[in-house]
Design a protein around this ligand. Sequence first.
Ligand SMILES: [Zn+2]
Length: 185
Amino acid sequence: MADLQQIAKAAQEIIQICEQERTNKADKEKLLKLQGAILTHIESLTECEVCGSIADLVVTMTIEPVTAKLCKDCGISAIETGKIKKGTTRKQAARTVRKNAPTAKKKSPPQQASPKSTVELFAEVEKETSLKKTDIRRLHKLIQEIPSPMNLENTVLYVQHEAGLAKLRIEQDVLKTAVTLLMAA
Ligand SMILES: [Zn+2]
């Protein structure tokens, strides 16, 4: 199997282990082993000196006076044109990335800039779900006490379970709506 596919396969195995409900010491060993495999495969990836693509089929080719490592496509076109044009793709790519980075950063602050106040949030949830304010506050607290953030589905399940323990009687649909609103804030 090609290096890129090996890396993808190992990454998928890592995800599978991380998504297990319970993980143990053996899983940790597996994770370490998979990480090692990923590193090895990344190291054996070779960059085409013409187009900069990382390919598994990189060959060293000489067409006087140039010797270069080429991917399959560039190798074929080098044979066709009778010469090798070494590219500057790597530098160009780095510059493009740097140029784009600030734009990406600028986008995120406005989304966090206007957090709804808790009062507004609770009022909205109250309107949408007709839950009592005290119940909304308790749900909100449950969500905030979750030690590590989960996706919506798991948060709903968790809050449902905790609400059950706390003897809060809330219909499942209503609870889901409330949790969705509270989490979106
Ligand atoms: Zn190439």
